[in-house]
Design a protein around this ligand. Structure first.
Ligand code: ZN
Ligand code: ZN
Length: 340
């Protein structure tokens, strides 16, 4: 298993690396000892979010998962400006998440079809849906429901470790560092603008999709991911993520307003930690990080393997609350809310 390599590297002592380079760990330009680290420690989450962290991208992918293939249908469903949609679809094709094909009568209709890389993001999509299902304030904005065909129940599911079958929770997952440690190189991706005027004006109903729009914001996700690893002060968060204090403060305020984190005074400093409501968000981060390990590492080992309490490197999947089966895409039915 490729994640096994990350596990072994995670335990390796640094002096061993110096004398005997591991064949599994090819030296690259981004090798940390080649130069001074160019940026903060690399994480699978950040690599994945370089592709996904855009306010519209997750919403477009949600439409794709619901079966939408045509530009005009997508544009109408999301009420997204044409040029914005066109740019995002071009990017998703470039990332090999979608491909163009012609279909329909006379094969004259252009469609955007998902690749395996997109289908592999299914767990993150379920995570968004399940989060909203579990937070009824927002449930009325979900126009469809997911049914597990095997048992006939509307989906309730937990993200579990495939090695032992037990849930992967904030308390049962430890984030490690592969050796040699990998650092972020190159410029930071442009930060998604949370108040992108076209986004908030055109899609108020989409703006209500808290989980999907949070995924669209890279710093929010990185901060949550870090706080799941333990409480932090604001400046520690800023330093660890290589973000400006003002960006961190802004996102901490947003996450507090969403009831995902709390702030408490510790001496003269403020300490931030995750609230129980955020626990439902953790599988989303894990699913995206695991997707990043599979598709975004460009030949390098997973930078921050996540270890489950059972001792295995986490490979998580959802299992149905009702029948206990592991979820597969074929076993799920998407239908309009309340439909038969
Ligand atoms: Zn386990
Ligand atoms: Zn079931």
């Amino acid at each position: 298993m490729d994640s096994g390599a990350g596990a072994c590297l995670g335990r390796r002592k640094k002096d061993a690396d110096l004398t005997a380079p591991d064949p599994l760990t090819p030296r690259t330009d981004t090798s940390p000892d080649a130069d001074t680290p160019a940026g903060p420690p690399a994480t699978a989450l950040r690599r994945a979010l370089r592709v996904l962290a855009d306010p519209w991208t997750m919403l477009i992918l949600k439409e794709i998962f619901n079966g939408t293939r045509r530009f005009v249908v997508m544009q109408r469903a999301l009420n997204i400006p044409k040029q914005t949609l066109s740019l995002r679809l071009t990017t998703l094709c470039h990332e090999q998440m979608l491909y163009r094909r012609f279909a329909g009568p006379g094969q004259g209709v252009l469609e955007y079809a998902p690749t395996a890389k997109t289908y592999d993001l299914a767990d993150a999509m379920y995570a968004i849906w399940l989060w909203h299902q579990a937070n009824p304030d927002d449930a009325d904005i979900l126009p469809f429901e997911i049914v597990h065909k095997q048992c006939g129940h509307v989906l309730g599911a937990q993200y579990c470790c495939t090695a032992c079958g037990e849930p992967a929770t904030g308390a049962s997952v430890t984030v490690e560092r592969s050796q040699p440690e990998q650092f972020e190189s190159g410029p930071r991706p442009r930060l998604a603008r949370r108040n992108d005027a076209s986004f908030t004006a055109a899609a108020p109903q989409a703006g209500g999709l808290v989980a999907a729009s949070l995924v669209g914001d890279l710093p929010c996700n990185e901060i949550l991911y870090l706080l799941f690893q333990g409480p932090r002060h604001m400046l520690a968060i800023a330093a660890e993520l290589g973000l400006g204090a003002n960006v961190v403060r802004d996102r901490l305020d947003k996450l507090r307003a969403l009831g995902l984190i709390r702030e408490e005074a510790q001496g003269r400093k403020l300490l931030y930690s995750v609230l129980p409501r955020a626990e439902g968000f953790f599988p989303l981060l894990l699913a995206i990080a695991e997707w990043g390990d599979r598709w975004c590492n460009e030949g390098q080992p997973p930078p921050d393997p996540r270890r489950h309490a059972c001792g295995a490197i986490l490979r998580g999947r959802y299992r149905c609350d009702h029948c206990g089966d592991w979820l597969t895409r074929d076993a799920l039915l998407i239908r309009p809310r309340g439909g038969a």
